[in-house]
Design a protein around this ligand. Structure first.
Ligand code: AQP
Length: 355
């Protein structure tokens, strides 16, 4: 992307315990990216409100998720770690984007369709507008890259659509105020205010599936606790959940093509590969011909070795809420400064009087 300084933004919702899917699909990547990029990691508590959690649970989960970020290896001094609701400009920019985005775009979002279910008329307006707030989260910091799991791909495409439409709708004003940055749009070079953000979705853990059903995403809201490995699970629980994970009767294939049409096998091989930092083909070569009982024992051992230090650190951090609150306050202040810079220009661009 030309012109814009590379910056990472991502977040997770404090809607319950983080699980292995959140860790492998997102947080592990966030930790790696802090070595090379300026990163902003958010606990998106305003998004959590779309499912109306108990207020006391929301407060608790906000602190716990922050503890999980830090325990996983995110350095809150080097990066910005904060909770979304603290920086009011998220809501302010989301309103501007609500006036840019089209209802038809929102209605097409599969996450909205899944979460609203059959009774769409009764779903909250917040649930429908969720992707518009997500676009605001990202673009408030003019983030160029967003590392997320595969389930967020459609929302990121919509973020790009919103940025593009804003840049087009206000192109002459952006030029007149001199607040744009040159960037490529197809073959053309245009002067845009918001970057067209690149999603970062790759590797064997883009979409970790439920341990009980290889066709369903591993999710915080799955009623079965056996369907996921929570970051707070102890070694015995992790081992038990992997032992009970659904599989088929065949052995592990020696080549990755042998996983086709075998969702549960594909998922467990993918989890092993992501934990071991290899691809699925390497895992198939290592375990090809072995029975699941043997593979699951190795997978459990690797999962416990990877997760236990994080779980222990999380427990320690959870006993120090004052430290967590201080991290979020400090991160909120630094995020707020960046956010206000963007929002000040946005107010000028759209024509809000602010002097
Ligand atoms: N199963 C998954 N595999 C890979 N990545 C995943 N992510 C979520 N589930 C998986 C990624 O984790 C990041 C944070 O997710 P989130 O908490 O903001 O949202 P979510 O996708 O709504 O998570 P859940 O667990 O599925 O929550 P519920 O059940 O409440 O809907 C994101 O980058 C996401 O891609």
């Amino acid at each position: 992307m030309s012109g814009f300084k590379e910056r990472i933004f991502s977040g997770a919702q404090p809607t319950g315990n983080l699980h292995l899917g959140n860790y492998l699909g997102a947080i592990k990547r966030w930790v790696e990216l802090q070595e090379t990029h300026e990163c902003i990691y958010c606990v998106v508590d305003m998004h959590a409100l779309t499912i109306l959690p108990d207020p006391v649970e929301l407060l608790k989960a906000t602190r716990e998720i922050t503890a999980a970020y830090i325990a996983a290896g995110i350095d809150p001094k080097k990066n910005i770690v904060f909770n979304q609701s603290r920086v009011k400009q998220h809501a302010e920019l989301a309103w501007v984007f609500n006036c840019i985005a089209r209802i038809g775009w929102m209605n097409r979002m599969t996450q909205f369709k899944d979460k609203a279910g059959k009774d769409r008329e009764n779903a909250s307006l917040g649930l429908l507008a969720y992707p518009s707030l997500m676009a605001a989260d990202i673009l408030l910091y003019r983030a160029t890259h967003v590392p997320v799991g595969d389930d967020q791909k459609q929302h990121l495409e919509l973020t790009r659509d919103i940025a593009q439409k804003f840049n087009n709708d206000y192109s002459s004003r952006i030029e007149q105020l001199g607040v744009g940055i040159e960037m490529k749009s197809g073959d053309e070079t245009i002067n845009g205010f918001f970057p067209i953000t690149e999603p970062m979705i790759s590797g064997p853990a883009m979409r970790i599936m439920s341990l009980r059903d290889g066709t369903k995403k591993m999710s915080k809201s799955d009623p079965s606790d056996l369907s996921r490995i929570n970051l707070v699970d102890d070694a015995d629980t992790i081992t038990k959940k992997i032992r009970k994970a659904k599989t088929d009767a065949d052995a592990i294939p020696s080549e990755v093509e042998g996983l086709e049409g075998r969702p549960e096998a594909d998922n467990l091989v993918g989890i092993y590969a992501a934990l071991a930092g290899q691809d699925k083909a390497a895992t198939c070569r290592e375990f090809g011909g072995k029975q699941f009982s043997e593979f699951k024992a190795s997978l459990a051992e690797l999962a416990v070795a990877t997760m236990s230090p994080i779980t222990q650190e999380m427990r320690k951090l959870n006993e120090d809420p004052a430290y967590i609150d201080q991290v979020l306050r400090d991160g909120g202040e630094r995020a707020g400064e960046l956010a206000e810079k963007t929002m000040h220009d946005v107010r000028d661009i759209v024509g809000f009087l602010q002097n």
